[in-house]
Design a protein. Structure first.
Lengths: 332, 497
């Protein structure tokens, strides 16, 4: 009986480790970095890390929803850049804050709607549609600002990047709020359950009476809105809009989401894991910076850590299966 | 007549990480015999076949092929040594043609230098299909354009083309209609006459008694015994398979018939036309016919899965329009689809999430937040009343056996409290025990006043369960008859035309 209980504990332990593997890797990584440098735990450095992940995390939240619904959105990077440029131009020319903020979210939502519309109307693969739309947005970026950055943003815009409320950076507040909202949406609402069902098996979901097309539109529109929010945070932080802003961020988002425990295949989501995944990727760059590692080597290290995370995921699942099988055998 | 033993399995054991899947089982197959292997799901049949083929590695025991002990490392070794297998799940590559699939990995014989001589391959395939097997399939057709039954026949052709001493067939008739089953049986007889031994895995006892010479029974990883088919009876085999007598497979249903709930008038779709029928409250109507006759397509049309071209559907006397399953569910209809894997379960979701999926709106607040207590309670209740054997409702649905998955899916629909329940092949690929449980569930639902439409390829099931029976052929209802006047012969005659 006692032994049985112990086995059950080991199953639970592995399960918990598996569900939070990004957190486990993060803790290990931080411990190693702490041994090598003293600068990591300075409050300035920690705040810096937090502020830096806000953009990628808000973007990745939308990406978590897209991936878990069995779709993909490769247009988010350039979409982010485009919204940044558009809103920067608006604000510089004197458009009021609420209008610009609303515009950022509406443009994002509309871009998401376009992705869904083209995909479902012509029954195309989201991969290629969103990839192509990303190219379109990149072109628009270049047309809008002729390869020059747009600076001189008003103070309210800079508040999105650097403002503080009660000593807490404003973007961090936005990020934490959105993480909580997204977690509730995915785990506790009918929409979230339907989205996961569509991701797990679209045909079965349709037979169950789930409006799969409507779910798809909603998922892309929500993702677009997240991109809009993310664009405000990024542009506010860098204090200028550049054509290269957001480039490649869709792939960072994929990495963060998958490390966080949301599978590429869809059907499952781990919103909290996405936050940790973003944190992990940022901590890697940050600590390598502190250690004075060349930025090219940093990229290599980042890639390797992602691979290790995914190998651990797979091995962990196998270990869990083994423990379960042994448990069943013991009971029998 | 003394026949030579071609394959002998002695005291074979296999553990999966501590769990004994096979415990010292035996099997002896003679040259030129059709030997049936039978047992419930989980009895160890597939494990034994995988050990013989070298797909898995045995813990103990010996396998003797043509007098020599063998240790296959992979199925390729087994094929080279003269054993091939037709898997239950189709293993053809859909983007290749029939001929390419049949000779896949064995192109050597058609090689001209570095290139494949496609003409001679085509010719040989044509001979194989037409002359030897009498199957009417174009060798140049893409496999993706074939029906499930045709794919099964192509698999058969591939196995035959290997010139094996032993062919293992895993439930080869599960998606075949009677006509194709006859083709299969003709091929089996021809192979037998040439001295090929056939291991025939099946769930259908009537079928094996018709074609097989001997039958070996397995239960829970143990070998129970072998019988000569001409000396045994159905009841003896059932007793051996489940370890107890199965007195009444089909329940006696005494339900009170109410008014007409669903009426379909002149429904036309891509694969059927002019379909008219009605079903009353508390009534079970059966749809019989060959696979591919259009029965599933009719049901998919009624339920809004596929579009219909014309026709009228009335529910409780009111005309309704159904454009998607969402409309059908809203109107109080439910459908357990034929293909559980593609159109039934969400394999990434738990038992609970799968079961509450169709009725989820009922557990939500106005703004769409799920009330978890309510959901948990309803699911637990349904698991109990459907006798779904699940250790925990948070487990993945794929961890359940096929029969329990099916009960969970039926439970999913009962949670919506439907007026009309459509069951398309509800017992396909399910073992004897779970089958009779599903039959009694269907019976109880009819007693409670549900209108039930049962589509099945198994005639005994249709005859045993239905109040009225419709036979579909080539997309048309060819006959309607009451339970009392229906016989296998009558249904069979109309199904074939």
């Amino acid at each position: 009986m006692n032994k049985n209980k112990k086995k059950m504990d080991s199953e639970k332990l592995v399960q918990i480790l598996m569900d939070n593997k990004a957190l486990v890797i993060l803790v290990i990584f931080v411990l190693v970095v702490c041994c090598l440098t003293n600068d990591f735990f300075s409050s300035r450095n920690l705040t810096n890390i937090l502020r830096q992940i806000c953009t990628s995390c808000v973007l990745s939240l939308g990406f978590t929803l897209v991936l878990s619904s069995g779709m993909i959105d490769l247009s988010v990077g350039y979409m982010l850049g485009m919204i940044g440029i558009a809103t920067a131009m608006m604000s510089v020319s004197g458009v009021s804050a609420p209008v610009v903020i609303l515009a950022a979210l509406v443009i994002g939502g509309f871009c998401g709607f376009l992705n869904a519309f083209i995909t479902s109307m012509f029954n195309l693969a989201p991969f290629i549609v969103t990839l192509a739309m990303g190219m379109v947005y990149q072109g628009i970026n270049l047309l809008l600002c002729h390869a020059k950055s747009i600076a001189g943003l008003p103070d309210w815009y800079l508040f999105f990047g650097t403002g503080k409320i009660l000593g807490i950076p404003f973007p961090v507040i936005v990020m934490i709020t959105l993480v909580v909202v997204m977690a509730v949406v995915v785990q506790r609402t009918k929409f979230g359950r339907y989205a996961l069902a569509v991701g797990g098996n679209k045909k079965a979901a349709r037979v169950c009476g789930i409006p799969t097309t409507k779910i798809m539109y909603s998922v892309y529109i929500i993702t677009g809105v997240c991109v809009g929010m993310s664009a405000l945070l990024l542009t506010g932080r860098t204090a200028s809009a550049q054509t290269t802003a957001g480039a490649g961020m869709e792939l960072d988002a994929v990495a963060a989401v998958v490390i966080g425990g949301t599978p590429m295949e869809g059907g499952k989501a781990n919103v909290f894991g996405t936050l940790i995944g973003c944190l992990l990727i940022q901590v890697i760059s940050n600590s390598l910076n502190l250690l004075g590692v060349d930025s090219n080597w940093q990229k290599i290290a980042k890639g390797l850590v992602i691979i290790v995370a995914i190998i651990l995921d797979q091995q962990g699942s196998r270990l869990l299966d083994k423990i379960r099988v042994r448990k069943v055998a013991q009971e029998a | 007549m003394q026949q030579e033993t071609v394959l002998e399995v002695r005291q074979l054991s296999k553990r999966f990480l501590g769990v004994k899947a096979l415990d010292k089982v035996d099997l002896e197959v003679k040259r030129g015999e059709v030997h049936s292997v039978i047992g419930e799901n989980g009895a160890g049949k597939s494990t034994m076949m995988n050990l013989i083929l070298g797909d898995l590695h045995r813990d103990e025991g010996t396998i003797i092929l043509k007098g020599e002990e063998v240790h296959f490392k992979s199925p390729a070794d087994a094929i080279a040594a003269g054993i091939s297998m037709i898997h239950q799940e189709i293993s053809l590559i859909p983007t290749l043609t029939v001929a390419e699939n049949i000779w896949l990995h064995r192109e050597d014989r058609f090689m001209k230098g570095f290139l494949i001589d496609t003409k001679s391959r085509l010719e040989e395939t044509r001979q194989l299909l037409k002359d030897k097997l009498n199957i009417d399939i174009n060798p140049n057709e893409l496999v993706s354009n074939l029906t499930v039954a045709q794919c099964q026949l192509v698999e058969l052709a591939r196995a035959v083309s290997c010139d094996s001493d032993i062919i293992i067939m895993d439930e080869p008739t599960s998606s075949l209609s009677d006509k194709e089953v006859n083709i299969l049986f003709d091929v089996i007889r021809a192979l037998k006459a040439e001295g090929t031994a056939i291991i025939f895995i099946t769930h259908k006892i009537e079928e094996l008694l018709g074609i097989c010479d001997r039958v070996s029974v397995y239960r829970d990883g143990h070998y129970i015994g072998t019988r000569d088919c001409k000396d045994t009876t159905r009841d003896e085999l059932i007793h051996m398979i489940i370890g107890r007598e199965l007195t009444e497979q089909y329940p006696v249903i005494e339900s009170k018939k109410g008014g007409v709930v669903l009426e379909v008038k002149n429904l036309c779709g891509a694969d059927y036309s002019d379909i008219s029928f009605d079903v009353k409250a508390g009534e079970i109507i059966g749809f019989s016919g060959l696979v591919g006759a259009g029965r599933s397509e009719i049901m998919r049309g009624i339920f809004g899965i596929d579009p219909v071209l014309s026709g009228e559907i009335y529910l409780d006397g009111k005309r309704v329009s159904i454009h998607s399953p969402k409309d059908a569910v809203k109107l109080g209809m439910a459908m357990v689809t034929e293909d559980r894997r593609d159109y039934g379960i969400v394999k990434t979701a738990s038992v609970k999430d799968n079961m509450s999926l169709a009725a989820l709106s009922g557990f939500c607040s106005k703004i769409g937040i799920i009330k978890r207590d309510k959901e948990n309670e309803a699911v637990s209740e349904m698991i109990k009343s459907m006798t779904v054997k699940a250790a925990n409702k948070e487990m993945l649905i794929t961890s359940l056996s096929g029969g329990n998955q099916q009960k969970a899916i039926i439970g999913r629909w009962l949670m919506t409290a439907p007026k009309v329940l459509i069951l398309d092949e509800p017992t396909r690929g399910i073992d004897v025990g779970a089958k009779s449980e599903i039959y009694s569930i269907i019976g109880n639902l009819a007693k409670q006043g549900m209108a039930i439409i049962l589509v099945s390829s198994e005639m005994p099931e249709i005859l045993g369960m239905s109040d009225r029976i419709f036979v579909v052929r080539n997309g048309k209802i060819v006959v309607e008859c009451a339970k009392e006047e229906a016989t296998q012969e009558l249904l069979g005659k109309h199904a074939l035309g």
